[in-house]
Design a binder for this molecule. Structure first.
Ligand SMILES: O=C(O)CCC(=O)C(=O)O
Ligand SMILES: [Fe+2]
Length: 217
């Protein structure tokens, strides 16, 4: 059965340096759900407020630093501004999966310092953006999807470049680095559907290597 699905949704190069690995994380899903529960028990999901208002995806982080947003901008911080405590350490199950996925996509030696966990309810999405606050252009971003599907747009390094739109399913992984490291991407508003593990919810984990000189307290 697994081979049948793998042949229907083969590994796909989205652009130079960007690879979609359908179902790559499926065997790890139970451990990933446990890790999300453990992290969010210490650093709860919250909606950051930017200049544009509240973000529709709820977020938390783990690792040496965590992604935060406030009306002044985006930063990686060592402590969770909500609790004042350091972000929880990255569970091994997460770190190992990210390293394996990066390697599978051609990026050996990836060492993620931070994992941003996004939680989308139906109606939530993420506007087109580039991930460019990391200060480590040589390291890829590894993105893992769990739960209900999402329409993911993936373009080029100019905002107006043509986009490829793919449906990310439970266990899918997308890795982008090299010529695609600063590719524009976004998530359409999630449609209400049901997944046995997550209910009407989608989780996305993005793993990044971060330049320590950019960490804020
Ligand atoms: O949810 C996704 O698939 C993408 C998330 C993302 O682009 C980000 O967290 O920077
Ligand atoms: Fe992103």
């Amino acid at each position: 059965m697994e081979d049948l699905f793998a042949s229907l949704r083969p590994r796909t190069v989205l652009a130079e340096g960007a690879v979609w690995l359908p179902g790559f994380a499926l065997p790890d899903a139970p451990a990933l759900h446990q890790a999300i529960a453990d992290v969010s028990a210490i650093a709860p999901f919250r909606h950051f407020h930017t200049r544009m208002g509240a973000m529709s995806a709820a977020m938390t982080s783990c690792g040496a630093c965590g992604w935060t947003a406030d009306p002044s901008g985006y930063h990686y911080t060592r402590t969770d501004p909500e609790t004042g405590e350091p972000w929880p350490p990255m569970p091994d199950a997460l770190r190992h999966l990210a390293i394996r996925a990066a390697s599978e996509a051609g990026y050996d030696g990836f060492e993620p310092e931070s994992c941003l966990i996004n939680r989308y309810m139906p109606g939530a999405g993420m506007g087109l953006h580039q991930d460019r606050d990391e200060g480590r252009p040589e390291a890829p971003v590894v993105s893992v999807s769990l739960g209900i599907p999402a329409r993911f747009s993936f373009g080029g390094t100019s905002r107006s470049d043509p986009k490829r739109i793919i449906e990310l399913l439970d266990g899918d992984v997308v890795v982008w680095g090299g010529a695609s490291r600063f590719a524009w991407h976004g998530v359409s508003r999630i449609r209400e559907t049901f997944h046995p593990q997550t209910g009407a919810m989608r989780y996305n984990l993005t793993f990044r290597a971060i330049n320590a000189a950019l960490f804020r307290p």
